[in-house]
Design a protein around this ligand. Structure first.
Ligand SMILES: *Cc1c(COP(=O)(O)O)cnc(C)c1O
Length: 413
């Protein structure tokens, strides 16, 4: 008799615990959106946009917030603001969403991939330092999934070598490092508010900075060269020589949704941390599985997802796809991780357009790809009763994993 639901046993949960609704909605915001629509004032720099930029920067301990159309161009504008361009090298972690790399390519620079730490799955500071060459101009640490890159170590190394730092915070809305927000430690912090992110307006993003000059360059880079506050056509001076400027402006609808949503961010992050702590506690008592380590000085931490890492030997080398199927059969849907950028389906850079430091990134290619599953952040928003059920599902699959050793998925007809 099998215990696991994948092999015919009774599932822990009859209903799918990962069926959650995202993004959050409210009647009040809906009413305001209608009012905005009827006002015909739909463009950028709306009262809501200014309110949101201020609130978001303040939350994360930064002086300026510059909203843009997505979280890829925020990275690109961060690089432009720092003067990164043709022939320069920018060091990024191998495990991240491809946007971190394409933004570097899009300013004419070379992304250099370095490996990740096996615990946090974020950029390995020692490998970052080793990858620096005379051509290196900047580094983009990514706060990935449910952890934060080691900002103290990375910024110290960057300062020593006079490199710019852009934090990719697309996964780290509301995360705090050593008492101050993600995105306020580097020269620029880049956030995405794409549909799946923990603050969401469908699309859009923001850059944070504490530097007045960078704030001006960021604003001009997204607003065809005009400075903040100048009416279109009414600027006293143009952009600094060589700064490539685009139209990357967001709109008033996105800003309104974001301005309302950020009011609930602290509570949301609190719930995510409480849920993650409960799952971490359970996993600590199991053999063969662990949780992606939190950022060393992160409290509270943001979560794009909670990552479970299965150590292959204690789990008898059961394929990840089988573990995912077993968890799903018990009622918990998990996804895989991105895998190294340079192996992603959409990655199409020419051989001369990028570099892999040391020739390969074994950690990103190993546990960062083959052995990890993601529990999406909306699942962490569940009540404690549901979180305990999730703990029971993980426990059951791990403790009974030996049943899966000879499992073969049914052939598709
Ligand atoms: C989502 C994401 C981005 C890009 O944001 P978009 O708004 O989708 O352009 C950049 N970096 C990381 C790590 C992301 O997850």
């Amino acid at each position: 008799m099998s215990k696991l639901a994948l092999l015919g046993g009774k599932p822990v949960s009859g209903t799918n615990v990962s069926k959650t609704q995202w993004p959050p909605i409210s009647e009040k915001t809906g009413d305001k959106l209608k009012e905005l629509y009827l006002s015909r004032k739909w463009s950028f720099n709306s009262p809501s946009e200014q309110e949101f930029e201020k609130a978001y920067a303040k939350y994360h301990g930064a002086k300026h917030g510059i909203m843009m159309v997505n979280g890829t161009v925020t990275l690109e504008c961060g690089l432009l603001a720092l003067g990164v361009g043709k022939g320069d090298e920018v060091i990024i972690p191998a495990l991240t969403w491809i946007a971190t790399a394409t933004a570097v390519r899009d300013v004419g620079a070379i992304p250099v991939f370095v490996d990740i730490e096996p615990t946090t799955l974020c950029m390995d500071p020692a490998k970052f330092e080793k990858a620096i060459t005379p051509k290196t101009k900047a580094v983009i640490p990514v706060h990935l999934y449910g952890s934060m890159a080691d900002l103290d170590k990375i910024i110290k190394i960057a300062k020593k070598h006079k490199l710019g730092v852009i934090e990719d915070c697309a996964h780290m809305q509301g995360g705090i490092w050593n008492g101050r927000g993600a995105g306020s430690w580097g020269d620029v912090g880049s956030f995405s508010f794409q549909q799946s992110k923990t603050v969401s307006a469908g699309e859009s993003g923001i850059c944070l900075t504490n530097d007045d000059n960078l704030a001006d360059r960021l604003f001009r880079a997204k607003h065809i060269g005009y400075p903040n506050g100048a009416a279109q056509g009414g600027a006293k001076n143009g952009p600094p020589p060589g700064l490539r400027c685009h139209n990357y402006r967001g709109n008033a609808f996105q800003a309104l949704i974001l301005a309302d949503q950020v009011k609930g961010l602290k509570k949301l992050i609190g719930t995510y941390n409480r849920s993650a702590a409960e799952i971490e506690k359970t996993v600590a008592g199991l053999k063969g599985v662990r949780v992606q380590a939190r950022g060393r000085m992160a409290d509270p931490q943001g979560y794009y997802c909670l990552v479970l890492i299965f150590d292959s030997a204690p789990m008898n080398d059961i394929p990840l796809s089988t573990i995912i199927a077993a968890l799903a059969a018990e009622g918990l849907n998990c996804g895989g991780t991105y895998g190294p950028v340079y192996k992603h389906l959409l990655f199409n850079m020419g051989k001369n357009e990028y570099r892999i430091a040391g020739g390969s990134c074994p950690v990103a290619e190993g546990i960062g790809t083959l052995n990890s599953v993601c529990i999406g952040h909306p699942v962490l928003g569940n009540d404690m009763k549901t979180i305990k059920r999730i703990c029971a599902i993980i426990t059951k699959v791990v403790e009974n994993h030996k049943e899966l050793i000879n499992y073969k998925p049914a052939e598709k007809a």
